[in-house]
Each structure stands twice: as C-alpha cells, then as structure tokens.
Write a protein that binds this ligand. Structure first.
Ligand code: FAD
Length: 486
C-alpha cells in the first residue's frame, strides 16, 4: 500500500481516533475498515468508556425471548440500516413489523383508544376511517375534513422559518389533534415537548409536503396513489438490534478497539489532536500509560451530546455553547411472560400515554405482537418506557415492580414474568428544539475551522439508527478519502 502524501510532503499514515462505541462510532469504524481495504492509508482506534460495544443498542436474549433495552428496530423508509445489515451478511435475519395487525392505542382516561387505520403520525390517509373513532370529537373530525379544502391557503402561508411542532400541527388540525395524537407521539419517540421541538428537524417530510401540497392529507393521499409499493413500517433483526452491532464489531480488528477506556480530554497540538484517557474497568493499564497524551491526525466524536460538549468546553467555548442541547433520559423495563398464559392486552403494537395524564409511563410496546421472534411460541413480551424526569425518578425505585403494577392497572392482571430487564439511559435523547438545523449548520462551520474533527452521534442529524449509520459512514468516507493512495 502506498502511503499518502501529507502536509510538508512527508509520507505518513493518517491516524484517526473514534470516541464512543455506539452505533455511530461502530459504523464509522466499519467504514474505515472498508476504506483501508480499498487502499486508504489510515489507522484507527476506537475508545469506548464502558465494557461493551453498542451504546444504547442493547439486546438481552434469554430462553427464546428477545428483550430490547434500547431501539427495537428502525423505520423501513430510511434504507441505511437495512443496507448495512445486508452488507454484514444479515439479510436472512431481517424481520419486519407485523403490519397486518398494526394498531397503536392512545391511553386516555384509563382507556386504550385505537388510532384509526392509515394514520401517518397525526395525519390520516383515509378520512372515512375517522368516522366513529372514539378518539376524536366532532370538532377534531371537522378539522380533518376541512384541511384538504384549505390546501391553497396552507401552501401560501407555509413559513420559511423553523417553528415548533405544536404550531405546525395547530395550523393543520387544531388543538385536540395536537394534544391527543401529536403530543403523545412526539413524547413517545423523542421524549420531547411539542411546543419546543423543531418541526424542520423532527418532521421534515411533512414540512416538504406542506410546501408542495399545502394539505398534508392531500399530500399523503397523492403519494399513496402514485408512490412505491408499501413496505412494512419497521424493520429489525431476528436476534434483536444488537445483532447489527455484534456483526459490525466482528468486522473490526480487535487491536483497534479499546473498551473500558474513557476519553477525558481533547486538545489541539499543532496539526494533531491529543487525547488523555483513563481506565474505567478491571483490565490492566495499557503499555502506553494513561498519563501520556495519545496523538491522532483526526478525531471523530461519536458520543452523547453532553459528553461532546464537555470535551469541547476548553477547546472552543463558543462551539460548546452551541451544544447546549437538552437531553431527555429514558428508562425501559422489558418483561418475558410465560407461554400458555393469556395476556389481556388487545391486538396491536402498543400504546402511547397522554403527557401529563394519570400514569407515569410514556408508552408500552407489545413486543411479540409488533415483531415476530420476540418470544417463544405461546409466550409474550412487553416493554414499558419512561421518559424525562419520570425516568430519572424511577431509576432509584423498585422499577420492575412499579412498572408492572402500573401496566396491570392499564391492561388488567398479567401472569408473573419469567424475567425482566431494566435499562436506564441518562439524557440519551437530545431535544432538537426550534432552530436546530441552523445551530447544526453553525456547528459544522466552527468544527470545520478546527480541522480534523468530526461530530457524530444522535445530537446532530437524526436520532434514529438509519440516520446515524448514514451520517457516520459518509463522514468516515470523507475522512478516509483524504488519505487515499494516489
Ligand atoms: C429507549 C430508547 C429507544 C429507542 N428506540 C429507537 C428505535 O426503535 N429505533 C431507532 O432508530 N432509534 C431508537 N432510539 C434512538 C437510538 O437508539 C439512539 O439515538 C442511538 O442508539 C444512539 O447511538 P450513538 O452511537 O449516537 O450513541 P450511544 O449509543 O449513546 O453511544 C455512545 C457511546 O459512547 C460511550 N462514551 C460516552 N462517553 C465516553 C467517553 N468520554 N469516552 C469513550 N466513550 C464514551 C458510551 O459508553 C456509549 O457506548 C431509541 C433510544 C432510546 C433511548
């Protein structure tokens, strides 16, 4: 392999540090490995503070049950996670949501009320399906019926500037739809407040639809008539999402992966980056010793956004200030329920609770009804999700018992679980508040000025797995292309 010609005409191999071994860091490392094979003259080292790879992707498999502590799949519409799974040889393990039985419920006043068929978020494709729905009053139905009639006005008034999800939804469908569907949906996915979340960052396709069609209902109906073959809404893997992170890790050279190594500081030194690290586990210290800075030509931070901010604080306080994105904590409790004992919940994928209602949980997923292969024949699995301050409060309590009791109050008596799994993710879901895209553009500009630094992870260009994978791979390719042999 020919070394690339670096600054000053010296022949050097580019060295890259990846900090963080979640899906973003792993996808970047995988791409570097591919680029090395294609001739890029670089080496990389991945630093992971914990004793495992995958970050929030965390599957527990036991006795034929697949319990997810983090993501349970991804939206099929975005191709990048599926493409990666296929590249990794997992095509035969891809599974799809059971859309024939797809129903999502809204928990209101203690009752599970189904969202009508054909809803995409809060937008219906079939107005007839709204008739008779116990979820909506006549007034809400009136908003829905008349939204297509206001298409020209909505298109003419579509703002260029960013706005909150709440003001966008209010303009189209009124307050009841915002409170009954919009707020629980956005809370369930982002742990976020519709009055603060940026519509351009979290509902970009709908913003486009408004600009093109005015009416979101007309837009969806037109696309359904002219669009591609419908695909299942969610994709996952037979053995759980961690199959993807395990398969990624298996492609990486083991000497490039440093587990139990937290990066403490990051500093610019001439054309290089200096990292100080510390051991966080039981393993013996490495030969290099933690007191010596480790030197790299480029650094990819693939961290929770608050940790990225900490590392950049001394280096560029103005840049760090742009990273003051609040994060919502999450706590999940997944239960395996024995075979041969019926469960009282209805068919469907699960339910979302109205924020500020009488229950503490934000949502529950009937996991074995959403995806196949989540429980052995006749068994069931369910996952309860708490967000924000409730997640933080629950983590100090007997959460397995409390969450199960709360679930039983909603759905009825349940069999004793065989086992369960609790995961707490502090400040794991960054809140993309109004102005997020402009902030990220400014961040990118400032980061580019520093040279040799890249910011990955869920603080910037999407929180879902497909976006994170795409972003990490594109970035790693760009870093590697600068070190391609001529
Ligand atoms: C409960 C829950 C459910 C979700 N469900 C879905 C879903 O169904 N579908 C979907 O697409 N997305 C889902 N998401 C979002 C998605 O899972 C996350 O956005 C994504 O996994 C984040 O990946 P990441 O690599 O950016 O960060 P992380 O997974 O947080 O990884 C960051 C890594 O950095 C390490 N680290 C931290 N500090 C340091 C340091 N100083 N030095 C070295 N290492 C460090 C951490 O230990 C961690 O391993 C969900 C998120 C949550 C919390």
């Amino acid at each position: 392999m020919q070394p690339s010609v670096a600054e000053g005409c010296a022949l050097v191999t580019k060295s890259v540090a990846i900090v963080g071994g979640g899906i973003a860091g792993l996808a970047a490392a995988y791409e570097f490995t591919k680029q090395q094979q294609a001739g890029a003259d670089l080496t990389f080292t991945l630093f992971e503070a914990s004793n495992r790879l995958g970050g929030i992707v965390d599957t527990v498999r036991q006795d034929g049950y697949v319990l997810e502590g983090g993501p349970d799949g991804w939206v099929s519409e975005k191709p990048w996670a599926r493409e990666l799974a296929i590249e990794l040889g997992l095509e035969q393990d891809l599974i799809y949501s059971n859309d024939a039985e797809r129903v999502t419920y809204i928990l209101r006043n203690g009752k599970l009320l189904p969202l009508p068929d054909g809803m995409r978020m809060m937008v219906p494709t079939d107005l007839h399906a709204l008739e008779g729905s116990p979820l909506f009053s006549d007034e809400a139905r009136h908003w829905y019926r008349t939204e297509p009639l206001r298409a020209a006005e909505l298109k003419a008034n579509a703002p260029d500037a960013d706005e909150s999800v709440a003001s966008f939804v209010l303009r189209h469908f009124g307050r009841e739809v915002l409170e009954t569907v919009g707020a629980p949906l956005l809370n369930g996915v982002f742990g976020g407040d519709v009055h603060q979340l940026s519509v351009q960052a979290v509902m970009q396709p709908f913003v486009q639809m408004e600009r093109e069609f005015g009416s979101l209902i007309v837009a969806l109906q037109t696309r359904a008539r002219t669009g591609r073959v419908a695909q299942p809404i969610f994709t996952s893997l037979r053995g759980g999402v961690a199959q993807l992170t395990y398969a990624l890790a298996a492609t990486l050279p083991s000497n490039a992966l440093l587990l139990n190594r937290r990066v403490l500081t990051l500093a610019r030194a001439g054309q290089q980056w200096h990292l100080h690290t510390a051991h966080t586990g039981d393993a013996p210290p490495p030969a290099t010793g933690d007191s010596q800075p480790l030197r790299f030509d480029a650094v990819l931070l693939a961290l929770p956004v608050w940790e990225t901010r900490r590392l950049l604080q001394d280096l560029d306080p103005a840049l760090a200030a742009l990273l003051e994105t609040p994060g919502s904590s999450a706590l999940t409790v997944a239960y395996a329920l024995p075979a041969g004992q019926p469960v009282p919940w209805p068919k469907g994928f699960g339910f979302l609770a109205l924020p500020g209602g009488s229950v503490r949980m934000l949502a529950a997923t009937f996991a074995d009804q959403k995806f196949p292969h989540r429980a052995p024949a006749g068994g069931h699995s369910v996952r309860v999700y708490y967000g924000g301050s409730e997640a933080e409060a629950m983590r100090h309590q007997d959460v397995k018992t409390l969450a199960y009791a709360e679930l039983e109050r909603i759905v009825g008596a349940l069999p004793k679980p065989l086992h369960s799994s609790v995961r707490y993710w502090p400040m794991a879901l960054p809140q993309y508040h109004v102005g997020h895209l402009q902030r990220v553009a400014e961040l990118d500009r400032r980061v580019a000025e520093l040279g040799g630094l890249q910011l990955l992870g869920n603080g910037f260009r999407g929180v879902g797995l497909p976006d994170l994978i795409r972003d990490a791979r594109v970035t790693a390719r760009a870093v590697a292309s600068a070190s391609m042999a001529p």
